[in-house]
Design a binder for this molecule. Sequence first.
Ligand SMILES: [Zn+2]
Length: 509
Amino acid sequence: MGRFYLTTAIDYSNGEPHLGHAVEKIGADVIARYRRACGDDVHFLIGMDEHGQKVEREAAKNDRSPSEWVDAIAEAFQEAWRRLTISHDDFIRTSEERHRRGVTHLMRRIAENDDLYPATYEGHYCAGCEAFKKDDELEDGQCPLHPQREIEWTEEANWFFRLSEYTEPLLRHYEVNPDFIRPAKRRNEILRFVEAGLDDISASRSRIRWGIPFPSDEAHTVYVWFDALSNYITAVGYPDDPAFDGRWPADLHIIGKDITRFHCVYWPAMLMAAGIELPATVWGHGFLNIGGAKLSKSGGTELDLLELVARHGPDALRYFLTREVPWDGDRDYASVNDFIEQFDRRYTTDLANDLGNLVNRVVSMVAKYREAPADGSAAGPLAERAARALEGYRDAMDAYLLHRGLAAAFDLIAASNAFVDEMKPWALAKAEREGADPAVLDATLGQLIGAIGTTTAMLTPFMPTKAADMWRALGGDGEPPAFDELETSMRTLEAVRPGAVLFPRPEET
Ligand SMILES: [Zn+2]
């Protein structure tokens, strides 16, 4: 227990939010809500990366000034996160004054460490990556990540960062801190890259106006990656807000696997150069692919994020994406239709049938057969099963394997449904009326209420609104309990509240 600071990549302001952005924000939100339920003091940061060449050009193409353009994009992203009930504590935009001050200070510190020098850069630049590219990073003269975009030949005066000096310190850091880069696949990629030796990199651009002035040379702007990465410290008060020491270092940076090099190599080297502690873990998640291509604006798919949220509600989309896209890997769909079919199928099968029916059946039976609430702490085989499921869930969630945590919750749902079929509470009620011991039905209903209570706690980070509805149906008050309050709360349930339809079938909506 303690403080927990987590961040996501800040999103680039060159287009509308799409499903790919949502996968990352939902996963991060699940972790933030899970840590809060564990009792941690969580600080959850997201935001926008608003500077650079791509934004400057996109604004011009749309007849807007860069600042008008980024304001509109930031609003669209914030609206999407509201619709998905993302529970961030702060939303930073790199065009903000608090960020500019922090970046200016950071670049001065790096300069004082003698890690910046002027030189001329000559080579390829991919505006899609906002990165310089070496010949061996190109395929047929194109950026492999942006094959549809023209690669540019650039020749300009830059300030360079002595990244090459950090090859050994970085390798030592990775060795001493095996959890610095996760999952293991991402760690191995970075190890191979750094072991080959690092070259110095540009820290400024002299031809981009839409950015933060380079402190010692205002003819330049700070290179957009130096600018963007710094958001993780400027948002929590770097350099001079006393709150900074209470938040930094971050416990977890969540990013896409395509930007691990920036976060696991450049960023820790920048922090070392400025004498700032390094974050504990960088997690490079995989992608949702459709027809073999990563979802992105330039990839162009007809999946509209807000339409998907509206299709079965925000919790259903949060469930579907965290269940289907392994948090440590990729998930491929053959086509947009395939994606929609799987979404509808899981909504009906997992949510409406397995989960919705279970809650509905059990709550109705308790209301029908018992005047007092069922004792959710009743012992027996299902109660043991619930305790084991919760343990497996917490191990998975502590390791950030969200899809496994969710699978543990649904294993318990399946076991609970099987328990209803096996125990046949309606038959037990009939036997009771004919003189059988009421303790059997008491223990059966009590274990079912207990298992649904445990399920509710496990689902709260994933489906916060539906979990609150479940908790109310069980007879709980307020929000579902934190993990260490679960047992006590189960003993103080009031009468069940039957009748709520958690997941209406599409034809009923
Ligand atoms: Zn590129």
